[in-house]
Design a protein. Sequence first.
Length: 191
Amino acid sequence: MKIYTKTGDKGTTALFGGTRVAKHHLRIESYGTIDELNSWMGLIRDQKIDKHYQNIIAIIQDKLFTVGAVLATDPKKMILKNGKERLNIDKISAADIELLEKEMDAMNEELPEMTHFILPGGHTTVSYCHIARTVCRRAERLASHLNENEPFEASILSFINRLSDYLFVLARKLSKDLDAAEIKWLPEKKV
């Protein structure tokens, strides 16, 4: 399989199903940002962190491919002529969202109560989590906008929303595990 096809040389690309759209189309921005997020997740997984978190991140990366596949599919061509769905993959399920919630709950049990906003930083691995979190929020904004125009499964937005929360809690947990300072935001008071 060739990587280059030359079909996108004029600024268009094909959705799954064959429909061609501009490379700046909201659908392309949405799944492109999910792809960017998945790359950041891989970078976090490659760090020297607990194997458990590496395994959870691998699961998340798999689910992000599912999200990307749904977003990359023309909704008008989601159902084939024979009545079957074009995508023969598992959907994002309530169990996928619950996994993130359970993981956050477990991490939060080991963390001190949060009393201030936290500035990103303190350790490179923690910063990667915060970058991934902000990319996840951008993906959520784009997907939410896309969903207004071309609706897709509600579980996808829930998963993306919960994932950004997970990344925030993971950043806090890794700060603790790596003995990195959690930098509190203490706004200067006007004199």
